[in-house]
Write a protein that binds this ligand. Sequence first.
Ligand SMILES: [Zn+2]
Length: 413
Amino acid sequence: MTTYDLVVADATLRGREGRWRVGVDGSRIGAVTTEPISGREEVDAAGALVTESFVNGHLHLDKVHTLDRVGDAALTAYTAGDMASALTSIELASAVKADYDRTWIEPNARRAIVEAVRHGVRHVLAFADVDTSARLEGVIPVLALREEFRGVVDLQVVAFPQDGLLRDPGAEQLVREAVDLGADVVGGIPWIEHTDAEAREHVRRMCSLAAAHGRRVAMLVDDAGDASLRTTEMLATAMLEHGLVGRGVANHARAIGLYARPSLERVAGLARRAGLGFVSDPHTGSLHLPVRELTAMGIPVALGQDDIEDAYYPFGRHSMLEVAFLAAHALGAFDQPGLDLVYDAVTTTAADVLGVRGHRLEPGGNADLVVHHHPTLREVLAHHVAPAHVIASGTVVASSSSTTTFRETPPQP
Ligand SMILES: [Zn+2]
C-alpha cells in the first residue's frame, strides 16, 4: 500500500460517484483513488465535499477596513441608480488617501489575509493604489505580506493607478517604481480618463510597461453605467499589440451589462483572441457584467471579493463562498449548472483567469484543497461557512467548526 505525506479520506468529489481518498506528496496531489492508501497524516472528510481551494480574482487589499475612516458618501455615489455616478465615488473615496500610511495599512491588510487562510482562499489578485496621493504607502506593506504568506495565500500584487495616469501626472513614474519593487502585475483604470484618446494612451503605456518587464496586466475597465464605454475593447486590442495574449484580466467591466447583443458578441470575440479573462463582482454594484452570457460564449469569468469594509462596500469576510452565494442571487444562478458556474468562478476558472497553473483536484495538481462540512455543492453554498479544513501546499493550515447547544426547555422568565 502506498504511503503519502497526507491523505484526505472519505471525500465526496464534484461530479464523481462514491467516496474517494486524495493522497498528497509534498505540495502535489499524488493520487485520487477509491483504493486504500495510507498517510503519515490523515484528514477525515467524513463524506463531505472536497474541492480545489478558493481563488479571489479581485481585491483592493490596501483599502480593506477603511470605511470608518472615509465615511459612506462614496458608497452612496457608487451604488446609486444604475451606477451613473461611479466616477464621483472614486473622487470621494480618494479622501482616505489624505493620510495614507503603511503603519495602519499593514495590520488591516494582514487581517484580510488571515481571513483568507480561514476561508481557504489560496490565491488573490491584490490591488494596491499607486498614485500621487497614495504614493507607495499601500503597495509596500502588501509586497511584504506577499513574502510572509507565500505558499499559504499567494498574492499577485497589482500596482494600480486608481486616479488615472493622464489625470494624475506623476502616477506613471510611481507605477514604474512599484514594478521595480517587485509588483507582479501592472494595473490600470482607463475608463476614468477624460477622453477616449487618453484612455487608449493609458492602456498603451501600461501594456508597454508590462511587456517590457515580463509582467501581466489587470485593469478596471468600463466600471460605470454608461453603454458608450469601450475600454475593455482597448485593453484586449493593446494586449494583442504588445504580445500579452493570455496575460490580462479585465475587472468589473460593468458597462458591458448595458451593451446591445451585437456589441457584446464583438467584445467577446476580441477577448477570446486576446486571451483576456474577466472578473466580476456583482455584489458590490447595482450593475454587473453579463457573467452567464460571456461564460456561454466560452470566455472565462471569475468572481472577486472586490472590497472589504471600504468606501465602496460595507461588508466582506474574504469568503469566496459568500461571494459565490451572493453572485448566485445576482445572476439568477440557482439550478445545478448555475451553482457549478459560480463555484468554478471562485476556484478553477478563477485560477485560469489569473494564470495560476495546476489548480485542479487531480493527480499532479497542486495540493491546495478545502474540506467542507457538507456533501453537496448546494448545501456548501447555502451555509457558506469556513471550510472544516484548509490545505495549502500540502499542509493543513486552518480548521473550523461551530457548535450550538440548544436548551432542552425554553428559558424561564
Ligand atoms: Zn474593484
